[in-house]
Design a protein around this ligand. Structure first.
Ligand code: SAM
Length: 288
């Protein structure tokens, strides 16, 4: 079987199996070998690694992964792709094809069974309609993951990577950076996919922290603060936090915790770093 990562071989595989793209599954298949090379290089796969691929499509990236990793588990939601994958991956004996929704899969068992007791690597050209739920489920689940290398919508990649002071900075930046160090490794134009998506894409590599970079006494409070601070960006932090759902702080407790950061009472949430959100969360937690 030839490599699929070019227009000719992709079209041939699709026609052979009379496959029709399903928009609802975010199906945009890679047809550019340079991009495939960049993804696997960024993923730093070692020959004893277990790799989880989300959404293998017809197996374009899966082929590259199987040539580098000990074992690859490829989880695809579309059952119409399973016969194609069985065909395109027939030369590889180190691939497990799973027909399931990644959000419903028992990932802990999969890792337990095949991970070999070491942190796994996640690599994916993600379906853009569920990028954030997938990324957050993987990070919040605290699975033993060393890194995640993912193709996402360009704007989403920027939001994940940005810091205070940038207009892209928000709840997603802080949530991702609490669990991982993200870095954009490539920008990818629409013509690298079939069919072409209506948006630009980027490959983001996230090195997952063994332990978060900040100490937080009550994670649920930290994330409630972050959500409330960015819910209405133009509000001051103080106004955003006055009606914090699920917690019963007085205005005075909130004002004192903000001032203890050494910032103005009129500061906006978008000016605070992850470290400052952690300090704020710990100060409020102690004031309970
Ligand atoms: N990896 C292939 C490539 O690079 O050419 C295909 C990438 S395509 C952008 C996204 C793939 O994810 C599609 O094959 C789609 O069917 C699959 N997919 C969509 N939602 C999924 C889900 N919830 N769980 C698993 N796979 C999903």
């Amino acid at each position: 079987m030839a490599y699929l990562g070019n227009p000719k071989n992709t079209i041939e595989a699709l026609q052979k199996h009379q496959f029709h793209f399903q928009k609802k599954f975010g199906q945009n298949f890679l047809i550019d070998t340079h991009v495939l090379d960049k993804i696997v290089r960024a993923a730093e796969i070692r020959d004893d690694d277990f790799v989880l691929e989300i959404g293998p499509g017809i197996g374009t990236l899966t082929q590259y992964l199987c040539e580098r990793a000990r074992l690859v588990a490829a989880v695809e939601i579309d059952r119409n792709l399973m016969p194609i994958l069985t065909d395109t991956m027939q030369e590889y004996d180190n691939v497990i094809l799973i027909n399931n929704d990644i959000l419903k899969l028992d990932l802990a068992s999969l890792i337990q069974q095949y991970g070999g007791g070491r942190p796994i690597r996640v690599v994916a050209n993600l379906p853009y309609y569920i990028t954030t739920p997938i990324v957050m489920q993987l990070l919040e689940g605290r699975f033993p993951i060393a890194s995640m290398t993912m193709m996402v919508q360009k704007e989403v990649a920027r939001r994940m990577q940005s810091g205070p002071g940038s207009k892209e900075y928000g709840a997603l930046s802080l949530a991702v950076q609490y669990y991982a160090s993200p870095a954009i490794v490539a920008n990818v134009p629409p013509n690298c996919f079939m069919p072409r998506p209506g948006v630009g894409s980027a490959v983001i590599h996230m090195t997952v922290h063994e332990k978060p970079p900040v100490f937080v006494e009550e994670e649920a409070l930290l994330f409630a603060l972050i959500r409330a601070s960015f819910c209405q960006r133009r509000k001051t932090l103080f106004n955003g936090l006055k009606n914090l759902k699920g917690f019963d702080f007085t205005k005075e407790q909130i004002r004192e915790a903000i001032l203890a950061l050494g910032v103005s009472e009129n500061v906006r949430g978008e000016a605070l770093s992850l470290e400052q959100f952690a300090q704020l969360s710990n100060a409020l937690h102690r004031s309970l």
